[in-house]
Structure formats: C-alpha cells, structure tokens
Design a protein around this ligand. Structure first.
Ligand SMILES: O=C1O[C@H](COP(=O)(O)O)[C@@H](O)[C@H](O)[C@H]1O
Length: 296
C-alpha cells in the first residue's frame, strides 16, 4: 500500500472512565454500577497505532482496517455495523471505493456518531458528505444507511431533541438482531470511525460539556454546540465505548498538537473528550499529525 509504513505499536493500559465516575459521586448506586459494569470501559484499553507518511497512507491504512473488520463481522454474524464521524474524516471515506470488489457493502448497516441538524443537502451534513464521498458509489442498501430524519430539520433551532429521539428509535429497532447489545444493554457497533477537533471533541461531545456525563440515552441532543451549527445529535460516551473497535484517523499538521495531547497526556478530567475513549482503540497517524509527539 502506498505510504503505509510497517510500523504499528500496541500499548495496553487500565484506563477507565474515572472522570465520569468521580463526577458522578452524587448519583445513585444503581447508576454508578451501570457505568462501572461496562466491560469496555473498565477493562484494559488497548491502543494500536499505525504510523504512515502521508494522508494517502492514512486512507490506505483505513481501507485495510475497515476491510478486515467488515470481513470478520460478516463471517461471524452476517452484517457489519459501522458508525461514522463527519468533518475532515469524510475526505478519507472515498478511499473505501477502492475496496469495492473485496467488501460486501450490501451487508453493512451504517449510522453516524454525530450529526448536525441540517438537511442532507446542506454542506454541513455529515451524512450528505459521506453520501457524496462514498455511498453514492457503493452498494450499501439505502434502507441500511441511517441518516437523521431531515424533515425534522427545517430549521436548526428546535431540531436536536426530536432528531435525537427519532434517531435513537431507529437504532433501538435494530437491536439486538443487526446490532448486538452488551451486558449493560448498550449497542455494540463493530466499528466507529472517529474524528476529533482541535479542541479534542469527538462526535458532538465537547470539552467539559455536561453531556460527557450522560449515562441514560444512546443518542443525545445538544443545543449549545460551541462549533456551529448549535443543534446536533451525538452518540453518548457509553455508546462510543461499547463499540468493538474505535478507529481514529489523525492527518495533517492541524491535528498535531491535539494528537500528542490525547495520546501522551490523556487527561481524564473531561477537558479532552477523545482521551476518554476506552477499549479497543486504533490510531492511524501521518507524519504531520505525529510531528508533536515525543514518544513514537
Ligand atoms: O463537528 C464535527 O467535528 C469533528 C471533528 O471534525 P474535523 O473537521 O476537525 O476533523 C467530527 O469528528 C464530528 O463528526 C463533526 O460533526
């Protein structure tokens, strides 16, 4: 593959959701034990990091990771459930078209880890961007592409709550047959493709935001997103962490500072949401994004 170095490192730690747990001291024991009981949050976090030279290298490495996970999931359960971020990650998605002959796109079920409450044709729509970059050209059945209900987004104001309710209903209808549930009753996506902002946000979970502590609800509305548009929907942090594999792609100098902070400082106080992702985590990083890391 172009630009993919052979160098992949693996680290394992015992990081758990201590930030959420500590701040939840005032909550009931029942709530605490639900959080503490999640195996993906309390078990070891394994981080595999693949270093590549260029953004093309990132795209190629991403294709290899998705192709393998898709084949494994389809062989064992007949479907592959994947949820996608938006933003700059969308630029990478088109590379998956190269794997068209080897990937059984017909067996995919696709969600978005977060969405801005706008019409699909709006330039801000994460679904619209992914559709143009990939899904217009591969054979994922339309009925397996789970976008938010755009009819609820005539205006951004007032859209987040009804959109989140409807989107969670769609997700619940797919469990447990197409998307498994874990021991805590959380949906287990086979793979999440995550981005992160320069502030360390993931999905539409922003630094120090109350929503980081949410333990009820799979899809959360946010009405005060610091990054426009203000009204969005997002996976909750427990749903993110319940996924079988989380893949971060860090490409370009603009991601360098935050990549180093997430991987080398990993504060657990909610100031960098990306550092709260636990379980089976994979990073694909190009040279520009890795340029501020001290240990690589
Ligand atoms: O608003 C969002 O931002 C993040 C990061 O986007 P990027 O353009 O800075 O890479 C993205 O992961 C999220 O899905 C999106 O809605």
């Amino acid at each position: 593959m172009r630009g993919v170095s052979a160098r992949t490192t693996t680290t394992t730690d015992r990081r758990d959701a201590s930030w959420a747990r500590d701040r939840l001291g005032a909550r009931t024991t029942a709530n605490r034990s639900r959080i503490g009981g999640s195996s993906s949050r309390m078990g070891a976090t394994t981080t595999r990091t693949t270093y590549v030279e260029t953004s093309e290298g990132c795209a190629d490495a991403l294709v290899a990771v998705v192709k393998n996970a898709s084949a494994r999931a389809i062989a064992s359960r007949g479907t592959f459930s994947i949820a996608l971020a938006g933003g700059s990650l969308i630029r990478m998605l088109g590379a998956l078209k190269k794997a068209d002959a080897e990937v059984e796109f017909g067996k995919w079920v696709v969600f978005w880890v977060d969405e801005r409450c706008v019409k699909w044709a709006d330039a801000e729509s994460n679904f619209g961007g992914a559709k143009r970059a990939l899904f217009d050209d591969v054979d994922v059945p339309k009925s397996s592409l789970f976008a938010i209900d755009e009819t609820l987004c005539e205006t951004n104001a007032g859209a987040a709550i009804p959109c989140a309710e409807a989107y969670e209903k769609d997700l619940r209808a797919l469990t447990p047959h197409a998307i498994e549930l874990d021991a805590n009753g959380l949906p287990v996506f086979d793979m999440l493709l995550l981005g992160f902002g320069p502030d360390g946000h993931i999905c539409s979970l922003f630094p120090n935001h109350e929503l980081l502590k949410a333990t009820d609800g799979w899809i959360l509305p946010i009405t005060d997103s610091p990054k426009p548009p203000p009204e969005r929907v997002t996976f909750s942090l427990p749903v993110v962490n319940a996924a079988r594999e989380k893949v971060f792609v860090a490409s370009g100098e603009g991601k360098a500072e935050m990549t180093a902070r997430i991987l080398e400082e990993a504060p657990q106080d909610g100031s960098i949401p990306a550092a709260l992702v636990t379980g089976n985590v994979r990073w694909i990083i190009d040279a520009a994004a890795a340029s501020k890391m001290r240990n690589k």
